[in-house]
Design a protein around this ligand. Structure first.
Ligand code: SF4
Length: 279
């Protein structure tokens, strides 16, 4: 007997578990209604114990659906919403409640990542609202493209935004991700104007995102905002490569190596030279 999709286990060992077609049986009308109300979302998985997706030890809800196509994406199975498990806000909140005490003890919280969480912004806001009611710290990991969907009140239930800025040069950004970076930069400015806490995440890929002049522009912009508490330079790795192969999506980075320690240190140095706390 097959497990009904609403009862598929949510917990994964890591976001690198390949998950496909879990929501395929959900009628299109249900998907539309879920997106409109936010009462149901589509999740790739829940993982626990993450210490790199915000402060402390965290539960991470990985959402399905992303409108970008970054050439270095580690999780292409999260691009399609129908690869996610349909989950009500109530079920996701129950899952979170199990960890509430531990998260408090370990100064952690809930991070919603993806995919791109703001593809399902109403669900995200409802889940964060439930988390805040439990006294759980909330963090949103986003490329910021749909930041304008969030009202100022919505922003108030998000304690921290982990913002990905992938590249400064607009043309190269389009080649890297398929999309413009203007909306991301606008969202960064709005978060600054509202004095919301932000951590910048910068994926470092040799010969793709390692141009010191471009990084310097990102760093200067981020430093000018005044609300970015820290920068995390994330070295590219190949842990997601097998997903591209299994999904039959052409992957262009098979030969790409992770950045050397020297390149990572040099990149961290550029951010630090703008006065930013950088790891
Ligand atoms: S924004 Fe994130 S999830 Fe979307 S394609 Fe880029 S790396 Fe992948």
């Amino acid at each position: 007997m097959t497990t009904p999709i609403q009862e598929q286990p949510l917990e994964a060992k890591s976001p690198f578990e390949l998950r496909v077609n879990l929501g395929k049986g959900v009628p299109e009308s249900d998907v539309r209604s879920a997106l409109a109300t936010g009462d149901m979302g589509f999740l790739h998985s829940f993982t626990t114990g993450a210490a790199v997706d915000g402060p402390g030890v965290r539960v991470v809800a990985w959402t399905a659906g992303c409108m970008w196509r970054c050439v270095y994406c580690h999780n292409p199975d999260t691009w399609t919403m129908s690869n996610g498990i349909p989950v009500t806000v109530a079920r996701a909140s129950d899952e979170l409640r199990k960890y509430r005490q531990g998260l408090k003890v370990m100064s952690g919280g809930l991070t919603i990542s993806g995919g791109e969480p703001l593809m399902q912004h109403r669900f995200v806001v409802k889940l964060f609202t439930a988390a805040k009611k439990m006294g759980v710290h909330t963090a949103l990991d986003t490329n910021g493209y749909y930041g304008e969907k969030l009202s100022d009140d919505d922003l108030d239930v998000i304690d921290l935004v982990l913002l990905d800025i992938k590249m400064w040069d607009p043309e190269r950004h389009r080649k890297l991700t398929g999309m413009d970076n203007g909306p991301t930069l606008d969202f960064a400015r709005r978060l600054a104007a509202r004095k919301r806490k932000v951590w910048l995440r910068y994926v470092l890929v040799p010969e793709l995102t390692d141009d010191p002049a471009d990084i310097k522009q990102v760093a200067a912009f981020v430093a000018s905002l005044g609300n970015v508490e820290r920068v995390d330079v994330l070295p590219f790795h190949q842990m997601g490569m097998y997903k591209w192969t299994k999904l039959g999506i052409p992957y262009t980075l098979e030969e790409k190596k992770s950045p050397t320690n020297e390149l990572v240190e040099q990149t961290i140095g550029i951010y630090k030279s703008e006065g930013l706390v950088t790891y």
